[in-house]
Design a protein around this ligand. Structure first.
Ligand code: BGC
Length: 246
């Protein structure tokens, strides 16, 4: 059976669906519930359980979170409650759901979906996926293999944690035109290019649907392309990882 559940914990919504891990397609409607205010682990765990119950499917479960995840423990909290730092997330979800789960970083999950079914399919060498959203997430792949927990959104440029300067949220907060935002992104991708010499950048996040408004303005040597999935890549990648780990 190539079915798995993917649940994506985000800043505004928590989304889940059953995924066909062979094709990356969603096999059920996507359930989306609001992220509880404050984003505390207890409150989020309750919503995850609710989604799981609604999906009502006996299948492996993958959950992605906007945090570094090591051995099932969340280790950072850039845009979520500090209570996630050193929180035994996997253990907690397993207790609540009464079954094994896999917990991974949200950008890593999005990257897995792109590499398997989307813009990165069949691409060898070093591929860096970035997600432009509330923060900047990153996923690094070497010959298709994920190197987990890269946190390239927090690279400092000009003494600043750069996700605060160039995320989509920063664009909104500072009311930047696409031109001005692209200048900031230019600096960002130039820096990543200098540090890693990748073979490909994939740019994801909801705003990547408007890629033609900013990607062509970024002038770097490395090929840079939009992600193919918009809002479901976290769900698909988390499900994928759960299926492979079972
Ligand atoms: C977090 C990452 C996360 C990214 C996107 C960053 O602030 O540090 O772990 O992947 O936001 O949600």
């Amino acid at each position: 059976m190539t079915r798995a559940i993917g649940i994506d914990i985000g800043g505004t919504g928590i989304k889940g669906a059953v995924v066909d891990t062979e094709t990356g397609e969603l096999l059920t409607e996507r359930i989306k519930l609001e992220t509880p205010r404050g984003g505390k682990p207890d409150d989020i765990a309750a919503v995850v359980q609710e989604i799981y119950q609604q999906l009502n499917e006996a299948a492996p479960v993958g959950i992605c979170v906007p945090s570094v995840v090591q051995n099932g423990t969340t280790k950072s909290a850039a845009n979520i409650s500090n209570e996630w730092i050193d929180f035994p997330a996997q253990q907690r979800f397993e207790q609540d759901l009464g079954q094994q789960v896999v917990v991974i970083n949200d950008a890593d999950a999005a990257g897995l979906a792109e590499m398997r079914f989307g813009a990165g399919k069949g691409r060898a060498g070093l591929v860096i996926m970035t997600t432009l959203g509330t923060g900047i997430g990153s996923a690094m792949f070497i010959n298709g293999q994920l190197v987990p927990n890269s946190e390239l959104g927090h690279i400092e440029i000009g003494g600043k944690d750069y996700e605060k300067v160039a995320s989509y949220k920063a664009k909104e907060r500072y009311q930047l035109s696409f031109d001005r935002w692209a200048k900031r992104l230019q600096r960002y991708y130039e820096q990543l290019e200098k540090l890693f010499t990748p073979d490909l950048f994939i740019v994801g996040g909801g705003i990547s649907k408007s890629h033609d408004l900013f990607l062509p303005k970024i002038e770097i040597e490395t090929e840079i392309i939009p992600a193919q999935f918009r809002n479901n890549s976290g769900i698909i990648g988390a499900a994928e990882q759960a299926f492979e780990n079972q």
